[in-house]
Design a protein around this ligand. Sequence first.
Ligand code: SF4
Length: 380
Amino acid sequence: MPEQTPTAESTPQRQNLLGMSREQMEAFFLAIGEKKFRASQMMKWIHHEGCDDFAAMTNLSKPLREKLARLAEVRGPGVVYEGASNDGTRKWVLEVEDGSYVETVLIPADNGKRRTLCVSSQVGCSLDCSFCSTGKQGFQRNLTAAEIIGQVWVAQRSVGPRRDSGNRPVTNVVMMGMGEPLLNYDNVVPAMKLMLDDNGYGLSKRRVTLSTSGVVPMIDKLGDDIDVSLAISLHAANDELRTELVPLNRKYNIRCLIDACHRYLSKCADNRLITIEYTLIKDVNDQQQHAEELATLLDELPCKINLIPFNPFPHSGYEKPSRNQCMRFQQWLYDLKHTATIRTTRGDDIDAACGQLVGQVKDRTKRHARYIQSIQIDAD
Ligand code: SF4
């Protein structure tokens, strides 16, 4: 459900201002008898300064600050754990409203010039991709817009310095953590609008990427609503193998997914590329024939390919290919006129690498219990 525009009269509880879009914030101030321009001031305090204390908002009058303290609050997720890897990657485990945990990871690159935050959109995930440890945790619920943007807010507050110094703590966001973002559309889009808003995090649309496993109707809707970069979790170039790895492929097969990518690009104003994510799994999808299939499939699509060596987790049943095999796969693609990068594994020592974000999910699908049971049966 989208977050409701609050009114002072209709809400006995204090309103959390953290996840409010510009429009919602303006409506809030009008509803409490204040001018619309207060919304911009409040957004800057929250998102530029990381401020959650109305008393510190010194460009607001004292009576307004007191009124806000009665009617509203700025409440981010609680930080349960914060870790820093030897390679500079940082990870936060965050407690959200119902006591579940989600994880968010900040990955530095280019000598610290780029700092990419990997953000979660759901507690767990309902899609159960066979190579993904998040999928094995089952699914609890969608995150609210406040809980999604709260991950950026926590990271920025923690890393500092403030945005106004011109040195942004977070330069890029990828919606690539726990969950399928397009199955939480009504909360993900407002949160991404805050990432793009100048009074929010002021990131360019090229620096905010939504990664989907292929919810085709919502890709079309996304293209109508917000112009961010799109990544596709592809992992296989034939339907039989992709259905094994990404069960959603049964519903939206590869052809209709690639067609949706073309439609998405046709709606982008600039020369955008789709990012194709391809997790390389030993002896499953890392052979020459797979590279050839992939190259043929992507021949007509403006895209860049990101090869991700599989990150093993207990009882996954899959193995990571050797570094040499990953490089061979890259070369096969190159020979077929496709460039591909191999993603370096980051944050291994703090379990922050791709596919290692697990959080703590009160699994309402019971998938996690079935998974544990199947492991025990296998071991007997
Ligand atoms: S890969 Fe993404 S969509 Fe698939 S189970 Fe994991 S989190 Fe969900």
